[in-house]
Design a protein around this ligand. Structure first.
Ligand code: S3P
Length: 428
């Protein structure tokens, strides 16, 4: 099978395409609610985009060609958009106001308001500059050294994007290695970006101002985070083998594979020949009996979006698994620690929810089934579906429409692998 384009890279391809010099062809674009919000946002900034489905042609205008949006920008559910776009427009002297759905309006914004203000932008947000809506009037920026208390690719990217038009050097110090798609694309477009520190640990990323960025084509690989649902399903469902082709294999995203292997998973990876800025390849997973593991907290930023799947796999492993150092999961599309504790309890697993993680006693014989709430969170809904595939009687999830945030076509993909899904219209 293949999976739709990577969400993180699709957002970045459009945002960087918007400020690049000349036309950028984006292939493999993810058409999901989140990334279509980014398409609408760059159009609101005056960028012309020809839409051919998975291929988009972005007529880049450079920073100076962007126009003040006439209205508030609605990011819908997209955390990446509301964190990255302010960094992109921070050097521009116009007003940008961003808001989103009920979940977005509860997500922390001080983490970008602080560094952008320190660079010289006028920026404010609801609830004492902590929550969306966020309003920004840009202007001349100075480079800063920003120490992130929590590793976040969204915050890092916001500051790096602003740094592209700031005076001097801009540095972001990260306590752990977060995904590096922004850095790779910036280098691909001609910017100077350097990282110093441990490849899989703390480090400092530096960026220098650029006159222009130029891309001819940006090829978006299949989303590893979407592939992960089917890889874990294959491990958990008896008699399965699933191969995902053209899957993104960026090492800052694939720690789930290492963790699952430590649990005894049969996984093979076959990289394709190197091409664009991102490595891709085929990943195969076969049914495996899993053993419990203590997840190394240093890996957390690398598999932040796959942690709900790890917790599900742990609930079928022999022994007690532990996750610590993952308080950040409470600040995602939902409180994913509390949501997953509820999912796993509904399946009959014994779990202890901790402030920054969970202890899970696995049930190697599997689950009967059950009903779960997904709190409008696409990834919790898909984890619920994987749990259903691996259960005896199925799992009912209370909202399948939210899956469209990152993976329209998920139910067809489940069906194509032999699963039976009854989903509401919006998720199809
Ligand atoms: C993302 C980064 C991650 C991830 C999110 C997408 C990105 O968040 O959870 O789904 O595209 O930069 P943080 O690294 O900011 O925690």
């Amino acid at each position: 099978m293949t999976v739709p384009g990577d969400k993180s890279i699709s957002h970045r391809a459009l945002l960087l395409g918007a400020v690049s010099s000349g036309t950028v062809k984006v292939t493999g674009f993810l058409r999901s609610a989140d990334t279509l919000a980014t398409l609408a946002a760059i159009r609101a900034l005056g960028v012309v985009v020809e839409d051919h489905g998975e291929i988009l042609t972005v007529q880049g205008r450079g920073w100076d060609g962007l126009a003040e949006p006439e209205d508030v920008i609605d990011v819908a559910n997209a955390g990446t958009l509301i964190r990255l776009l302010p960094g992109l427009v921070a050097p521009l002297p116009f007003l940008t106001i961003l808001t989103g759905d009920a979940s977005i309006r509860q997500r922390p914004m001080a983490r970008i308001v602080g560094p952008l203000a320190a660079m010289g932008a006028t920026v404010t947000a609801r609830a004492g500059d902590t929550l969306p809506p966020i309003a920004l009037r840009g202007g001349p920026l100075m480079g800063i050294v920003h120490h992130m208390p929590v590793a976040s690719a969204q915050v890092k990217s916001c500051v790096l994007l602003a740094g592209l038009r700031a005076s001097g050097e801009t540095a972001v110090v990260e306590p752990g290695a977060s995904r590096d798609h922004t850095e790779r694309l910036l280098r691909y477009g001609g910017a100077r970006v350097e990282r110093e520190g441990l490849e899989d640990g703390a480090g400092t990323v530096r960026v220098w101002p650029v006159e222009r960025l130029t891309f001819t084509e940006i090829a978006v690989p299949g989303d590893f985070s979407s592939a992960a649902f089917f890889l874990v399903a294959a491990l958990l469902v008896d008699g399965s083998e699933v191969t995902v082709a053209n899957a993104g294999l960026n090492p800052s995203r694939t720690a789930l594979l290492q963790v699952l292997r430590d649990m005894g998973a049969q996984l093979t990876v076959q990289p394709d020949e190197a091409g664009g800025p991102e490595p891709v390849g085929r990943i195969t997973a076969r049914t495996s009996s899993l053993m419990a593991v203590d997840l190394d907290p240093r890996l957390v930023p690398n598999l932040i979006d796959e942690l709900p799947l790890f917790l599900l796999a742990a609930a079928k492993a022999r022994g007690v698994s532990r996750l610590r150092g993952a308080a950040e999961l409470r600040a995602k599309e939902s409180d994913r620690l509390s949501a997953m504790a509820q999912v796993l309890r509904a399946l009959g697993a014994r779990v202890e929810e901790l402030p920054d993680g969970m202890e899970i006693e696995g049930r190697p014989n599997g689950w009967l089934g059950g009903s779960v709430s997904v709190f409008g969170d696409h990834r919790i809904a898909m984890v619920g579906a994987v749990a259903g595939l691996a259960s005896q009687e199925g799992v009912t999830i209370d909202d399948a429409d939210c899956i469209g945030v990152s993976y329209p076509g998920f139910s067809e993909a489940v069906a194509s692998l032999g699963g039976a899904a009854i989903l509401s219209e919006g998720a199809r």
